[in-house]
Design a protein around this ligand. Structure first.
Ligand SMILES: [Zn+2]
Length: 293
């Protein structure tokens, strides 16, 4: 999906000073640290991005939300909630009135009364779309987890049945995996079969284009200005899975300290004020509601 020359010219104007940024690829990393071996597998598999499964017939379940060609769309997604930091996230959502998607871990809802309350607050907020991030979060043992595809599907079903999600969107713990009607991508090969099984079971797997990662003390790493540059760079270099649409990931639990909260607040404010960007929920991502038959 290369951009036409005219679109690129538009981009040059659109991105302004960011046009000089040619640094690439800060994205597509799993929720947790990966081994070197995993990283190698990941870089190899990146070549298979933006592919359509062979012989798949795609049926449009809902027309796409109309696009403005001059806009760039950002899907803010927050993983591992409810969690410490969820309340701070809600404050930012309410302050800027921005739509977000929250990928919920089933067991986190039952970990404490506060987190059960946080889930209700997320649920009752019209700006928040809830989606499935498994029940157990693989107990953070990802290689073992993805070896047993039946268990993987059962774990997602458990979260679905217990939390009654209103959509089929899911995000794989510790893995950046896409299974939609027109995107099929797996960051780490050993998770491929289980991901195919999840898709067969009816889940639409949504990965991400850019992650705001934490420091080793679980604060947001770097400044909002760095993130703005990365966002511009991804759009300019056409590194997003779908042109002009960027899925952004960070985690509720990185929003516990004042500095991190302020940095996220400044990023949202910066993007919102620029007028170049529009925030959307995952359910508005292009072709995300199309189904394979
Ligand atoms: Zn996670």
């Amino acid at each position: 999906m290369k951009k036409t020359f005219a679109e690129k010219s538009n981009l040059l104007v659109f991105l302004g000073t960011a046009a000089l940024i040619t640094t690439a690829v800060f994205f597509l990393k799993s929720c947790n640290k990966k081994s070197e071996k995993e990283q190698v597998q990941h870089s190899k598999e990146n070549n298979s991005e933006k592919t359509t499964p062979k012989a798949a017939k795609v049926i449009s379940a809902k027309p796409d939300v109309p696009d403005d060609p001059n806009k760039r769309y950002i899907y803010l997604t927050f993983d591992d909630g409810p969690n410490k930091g969820t309340e701070n996230l809600l404050k930012i959502i309410n302050k800027y009135q921005i739509p977000v998607t929250s990928f919920i871990v089933g067991k986190h809802v039952y970990d404490s009364k506060t987190q059960a309350k946080n889930l209700k607050e997320l649920e009752n907020n019209e700006l928040v779309e809830l989606a499935n991030h498994s029940y157990s979060h693989a107990l953070n043992h990802y290689f073992e987890f993805y070896k047993n595809s039946e268990n993987v599907v059962r774990d997602f079903d458990r979260a679905k049945d217990s939390l009654k999600f209103k959509n089929r969107f899911a995000r794989t713990p510790g893995r950046n995996i896409w299974r939609t009607a027109n995107i099929n991508n797996t960051d780490i090969k050993s998770s491929k079969f289980a991901s195919d099984e999840l898709q067969r079971a009816g889940y639409v797997l949504v990965g991400w284009d850019l992650e705001w990662k934490p420091t080793n003390t679980m604060k947001l790493k770097g400044s909002y200005k760095d993130m703005t540059k990365r966002i511009d760079s991804i759009f300019f270099n056409d590194l997003e899975k779908t042109s002009r649409h960027l899925v952004f990931l960070t985690h509720d639990q990185y929003l516990q300290d004042d500095d991190s909260v302020r940095e996220l607040d400044l990023l949202i404010s910066d993007l919102q004020n620029s007028n170049r960007f529009e925030f959307r929920k995952i359910s508005d991502y292009p072709k995300i509601n199309d189904i394979l038959k």
